[in-house]
Design a protein around this ligand. Structure first.
Ligand SMILES: Cc1ncc(COP(=O)(O)O)c(C=O)c1O
Length: 438
């Protein structure tokens, strides 16, 4: 069971000299896991599993940070990429695949009548906000989400905010999920100034009291564009994303992650009356017409259409969540998988109900040792995850939880750690406007 991470650690040392923050994506950096007791470099993957550079194999609950929605090395998608590669990658003219994928998206995503492709979720979100600003001739945005690092405007509400012009801070006004008054407050305080309400339809918390419907109504009444960030919820909650799942259509939505099973593609989609703004607004990148990703997207979307992708992910995710939480309860530990079966949140609280980084570090350390790769915050499931994967995960949790329990009982959790406790990538530092005022 003991794993050897020799190559991983060697490459990590090399990266210290070459790569700021050790990797290209903060969320993949060694310090976000249990550094010293966790693999650092991946080598290859198949289905729901991946293998690290030292040859250790894992069931993957991070799925490439979400995009690997069908599974690693998924036959139909890989075949489509290889086929397209025979014809070339990127051309001096547009490619018909742009139309094919746009048509598929318009059939699948409720608000989608027109589509602009981009390469990253950040790029699409940035474009969508710019479009809304151009349409409304207003600069401010009301924001509700995980406070992500994905847009330069947003970077001023999280801890890693250096380098963002001060004035951006005045342009982003956060509101709280399920607190409609916190959005009303923004509209009252900044009348006729809010270009868009930009939000994730859900993160882990479920909307209550018709929250999303009320948000839409408020946006309408105040002449603001409603934008859903469906980069995670798209292709995950339902074929048509959060907007289909919750029955609330935004004016514009941004998609990414699962859209092409790991190939770099994102999209701004929406009603034509809004999307037409991009006839003029300069939202454009050299690589948006790159055909391998578009071919991958076409194959991915066709899989969603033809197979019960969503149904299977929900079913297996549900099974995992339920069994996991029952074990925790039986052991008397406040370790839970909450949120949605297709996007779960791992929480570990101590006996006083406080979030325990040490307990969480120990838990994921013990899981990874048993071949289960978990993230300290969010767990994703893919179409390739099987009932056997879930059973193996539960079996491993049954063993791992006993070690955590013992460590908690002995009040020595830290001494059970074979590496450094996990560190979070960022924290949200700007509270909602309403909270700021109180
Ligand atoms: C909700 C959400 N929006 C946007 C992004 C940014 O996407 P990308 O990392 O592709 O730029 C992310 C990335 O994790 C995200 O989770």
């Amino acid at each position: 069971m003991k794993k050897n991470y020799k190559k991983s650690f060697k490459y990590l040392e090399q990266s210290r000299k070459l790569i700021p923050s050790l990797t290209q994506t903060f969320s993949r950096a060694a310090y976000t896991f249990v550094e010293g007791a966790y693999p650092v470099y991946a080598a290859k993957g198949t289905g729901s599993h991946f293998v690290d550079v030292d040859g250790n194999e894992y069931i993957d609950y991070l799925c490439g940070l979400g995009p690997i929605i069908l599974g690693h090395k998924y036959t139909q998608v890989d075949k489509a990429i290889k086929e397209q590669l025979k014809d070339g990658i990127l051309f001096s003219l547009p490619h018909k695949l742009e139309i094919d994928v746009a048509e598929l998206l318009c059939k699948m995503i409720p608000c989608s009548e027109m589509v602009k492709f981009s390469k990253t979720g950040s790029g699409a979100a940035t474009g969508a906000v710019r479009g809304a600003r151009a349409i409304t001739k207003r600069d401010k945005i009301a924001y509700c989400g995980s406070g992500g690092v994905w847009h330069d405007w947003y970077a001023c509400i999280i801890s890693r905010n250096r380098g963002v012009p001060e004035f951006n801070n005045d342009l982003i006004l956060p509101f709280d999920y399920n607190d409609i008054e916190s959005l009303e407050y923004i509209f009252e305080k900044h009348p006729s100034q809010i270009s868009c309400v930009f939000m994730e339809p859900t993160i882990f918390e479920k909307p209550t009291n018709s929250f999303l419907q009320k948000v839409k109504k408020l946006a309408r009444e105040n002449g603001s564009v409603l934008i859903f960030d469906e980069i995670v919820t798209g292709f995950r909650l339902a074929n048509g994303g959060g907007q289909e799942y919750f029955g609330v259509e935004p004016d514009i939505a941004v998609l990414g992650k699962g859209i092409a099973n790991g190939m770099p593609l994102s999209a701004v989609v929406g009603k034509s009356e809004y999307m037409k703004v991009f006839d003029d607004v300069f939202f454009s990148t050299t690589y948006a017409s790159e055909t391998l990703s578009l071919a991958a997207a076409r194959a991915t979307i066709n899989e969603f259409k033809e197979k019960s992708v969503i149904k299977k992910m929900w079913k297996n995710g549900n099974m995992l969540m339920n069994q996991f939480n029952i074990i925790s309860q039986e052991q008397g530990l406040d370790i839970m998988l909450t949120g949605y079966p297709v996007r779960m949140r791992l929480t570990c609280n101590d006996d006083k109900g406080n979030d325990s980084i040490l307990m969480k570090s120990l838990l994921i350390q013990e899981m990874v040792t048993r071949g289960i790769f978990m993230h300290p915050g969010v767990e994703y499931i893919s179409f390739s995850h099987s009932v056997e994967d879930v059973n193996k995960t539960i079996k491993s949790y049954n063993d791992a939880v006993l070690i955590v329990k013992k460590a908690v009982r002995e009040n020595k959790v830290e001494s059970y750690l074979k590496g450094k406790p996990i560190r979070s990538v960022y924290t949200v530092i700007k509270p909602s406007e309403k909270k700021l005022a109180n």
